[in-house]
Design a protein around this ligand. Structure first.
Ligand code: SF4
Ligand code: SF4
Length: 421
């Protein structure tokens, strides 16, 4: 084990290999508030990568309904439970979210999956994990739309369940892919060294010719995004649509392009990027990169279960109606500020949110041209102003890929076409 710095948990931690960071890192932000569970992303991935014999149970991209849904079933509850067994009542954060880029969410004082393994068992595995049963990989959409009801009363919902800031009756959709982690648990656990992280974009891949199907990666990945294929007897995982990210898709004109699941998203909840990394693994300052802005400036997008310790590169704008303790467990101590910011966004955030889902080419930089104020109101006691600003996004080569106004046009269907589909 070596000591590496994990900025998401604000401290050094143990990891089996020395830290090595890519020049740019594949990363994404999903805005959960907008997801409608249409599963277009899921099917875009399925029809591109996992439509063959032996892959029937594989959903590299999936959308589950929280808190009860999960693919595989209860994946997060199970690993959280194992960590709690290893380190009872000590899986806690200390300090406060701050401007320190080495510990923006405070410090996680509990144990990560790399540190808790030898506290729970004496076996030689490098990572705390478990192998899901075959049944747990079935029914990827189990519990869809099942809300949390009244505690202890079967099938009863709260009568006044929809008042913000927190709903009593709630659920939300959690869209997931592999997080192409900075400290991948799959890679750490592989006895064959068949898993590698690409230096150019941080995408984590399994070398199929080296894999012998021991399933150590499946056991170790806390997000359960490495999967075993029975008919080839090797493991497979999300490849981040790397030919598109490399700009090899003929439609992109040579520019890096978002993955299939991002481009297919009907709800326009997804934005993917390739963020600049410093040698120490901290994101390099890139003020007008939309992902840098959302993660490090507005701090409205947070990592999924940072306490696992893999430094996932998937970030989420948390659903604002969900009880905060549940969200804090899932996204860490930055949740309260992130929800507040999203509930009453300033003019820069409103403009950046317009970039989501408008063009398949990856946006490297944006510019905002200020426009007139068009609306003002009060949101839960706070003044809110809407400005009709214009945001422009630029591709890797500096060419303009899109221009959007904050105030969206209002289209009225011609009366002669009303209800005439
Ligand atoms: S999410 Fe899982 S499979 Fe993906 S890189 Fe991280 S540990 Fe590996
Ligand atoms: S395509 Fe977008 S809106 Fe539809 S389920 Fe997937 S993430 Fe949600």
């Amino acid at each position: 084990m070596t000591n590496v710095h994990n900025w998401q948990i604000g401290r050094e931690m143990n990891y089996p290999y020395p830290a090595a960071f890519p020049r740019r890192q594949f990363a994404f932000v999903f805005n959960i508030n907008r997801c409608i569970a249409c599963q277009s992303c899921t099917m875009a991935c399925k029809s591109t990568w996992t439509f063959n014999k032996g892959q029937e149970h594989m959903w590299w991209a999936n959308v589950e309904t929280k808190p009860y849904g999960g693919y595989p079933h209860f994946w997060d509850a199970k690993i959280l439970d194992l960590l709690e067994q290893a380190n009872p009542a000590n899986q806690q954060w200390s300090g406060k979210p701050s401007a320190d880029k080495k510990k923006p969410y405070g410090q996680f004082d509990g144990k990560t999956i790399f540190e808790a393994q030898n506290m729970l068992t004496t076996d030689s595995a490098r990572v705390l994990g478990y192998l899901p049963t075959d049944e747990e990989w079935n029914s990827p959409n189990i519990f869809e739309d099942n809300p949390v009801g009244k505690a202890g009363v079967r099938n009863e919902l709260h009568k006044e369940g929809t008042a913000l800031p927190e709903h009593n009756t709630w659920f939300f959709y959690l869209a997931r892919i592999c997080n192409h982690c900075s400290y991948p648990a799959c890679l750490a656990a592989c006895p064959r060294k068949a898993i590698y992280k690409r230096p150019e974009d941080g995408i984590v891949l399994i070398d199929q010719s080296q894999c012998r199907g021991y399933r150590k990666c499946v056991e170790a990945c806390p997000y359960k995004k490495s999967m075993y294929r029975g008919n080839t007897r090797v493991s497979e995982k999300c490849v981040a649509c790397y030919p598109r990210v490399e700009g090899k898709d003929p439609e992109s004109g040579g520019q890096p392009m978002e993955t299939r699941c991002m481009a297919a998203c009907i709800g326009q909840i997804r934005m993917q990027g390739l963020v600049k990394m410093n040698n120490d693994g901290i994101w390099a300052e890139d003020r007008y990169n939309p992902l840098y802005y959302m993660v490090h400036v507005a701090k409205v997008a947070l990592p999924l279960y940072p306490q696992f310790g893999t430094e996932p590169n998937g970030y989420y704008i948390p659903p604002r109606w969900v009880p905060r303790p549940y969200l804090r467990q899932m996204f860490g101590p930055g949740v309260d500020a992130a929800v507040e910011k999203y509930a009453a966004p300033d003019r820069e955030l409103l403009a950046v949110l317009q970039l989501f889902g408008k063009d398949s080419r990856i946006c490297y930089r944006y510019e905002i041209k200020q426009g007139p104020k068009v609306f003002e109101t009060t949101i839960r006691g706070k003044k809110f102003e809407l400005f009709d600003d214009t945001i422009t996004g630029f591709a890797k080569d500096g060419s303009k890929i899109l221009e959007m106004k904050v105030e969206e046009p209002f289209h009225v269907r011609d009366a002669k076409h009303a209800n005439s589909i």
